[in-house]
Design a protein around this ligand. Structure first.
Ligand code: SF4
Ligand code: SF4
Length: 236
């Protein structure tokens, strides 16, 4: 089912964008030659797919403002405690509790790590993507209400941390007793920015910038959990 959704998303993308065949196949799990190339930038471990037969890295760059597909097909906007503070102010609320009551809902979902099959159950306060968002729309792609007619975000730069991270997802793992931040691409079929290259060099500047965002987002998530604005349970 998940594969069918990804295929439909990729086919929609292909109407407007040129998607390399290897990128298309990778999204659908049809490459059997993918190895995990780990690039460590500012302490963040980026898991970049490497296609061993082609000898190419899978890289990414954002095509905005020509593209704003991630905002047109937004699945969920979980908020950290820092997001709640900044977005409630941006939307003109004096009280965070009033903002939470009117503009957010609680989302719960499972994530399975591709690295070690660990299943994580997450519950967080999420910003509604449309005013009357219903429970059964959680996780399903919707156009975000903050996307304006020019393709810009009306609450930028106070948009949720997850919007700053896209198309990466990130998590923390313990290594020799120390927490280490990891990140990998979300291959949902909604982003036309992936391409291949013989070296990872063209993406180093982006990784440098995203390593800082990703690190600080993970710290913010830790504060959010500690202060009970969200919950994470790990099931082996
Ligand atoms: S879908 Fe990808 S390329 Fe398009 S705006 Fe979002 S991140 Fe950029
Ligand atoms: S909050 Fe802004 S950046 Fe995030 S999905 Fe909505 S329009 Fe896009």
């Amino acid at each position: 089912m998940e594969e069918l959704h990804v295929k439909q998303a990729l086919d929609n993308l292909s109407n407007k964008w040129q998607i390399e065949q290897s990128i298309y196949d990778l999204h659908l799990g049809k490459r059997d030659d993918v190895s995990d190339s780990q690039l460590i930038v500012n302490g963040v471990v980026f898991h970049i797919p490497y296609l061993t037969r082609d000898k190419t890295f899978v890289l990414w760059r954002c095509l905005w403002p020509d593209c704003h597909n991630c905002c047109e097909r937004q699945g969920r906007l979980p908020l950290t405690k820092d997001d709640i503070s900044s977005i409630s102010k941006k939307m003109g609320y004096d009280s965070k509790s009033e903002f939470i009551e009117k503009e957010t809902k609680v989302s719960s979902w499972n994530e399975t790590s591709t690295m070690n099959n660990v299943i994580t159950t997450i519950s967080m306060i999420s910003l509604k993507r449309k005013i009357n968002e219903s429970e059964d729309q959680d996780g399903k792609p919707l156009p975000c209400r903050f996307l304006d007619d020019c393709g810009s975000c009306e609450i930028h730069p106070d948009k949720p941390g997850v919007c700053w991270l896209y198309p990466f997802s990130s998590w923390m793992e313990s290594s020799n007793g120390r927490p280490v931040v990891h990140a990998s691409f979300q291959l949902t079929g909604d982003c036309p920015g992936f391409y291949t290259d013989k070296t990872s060099e063209p993406m180093m500047e982006i990784l440098e910038e995203y390593s800082k965002r990703i690190f600080s987002y993970n710290m913010s998530i830790q504060r959010t959990i500690r202060e009970k604005y969200g919950f994470i349970n790990i099931d082996q």
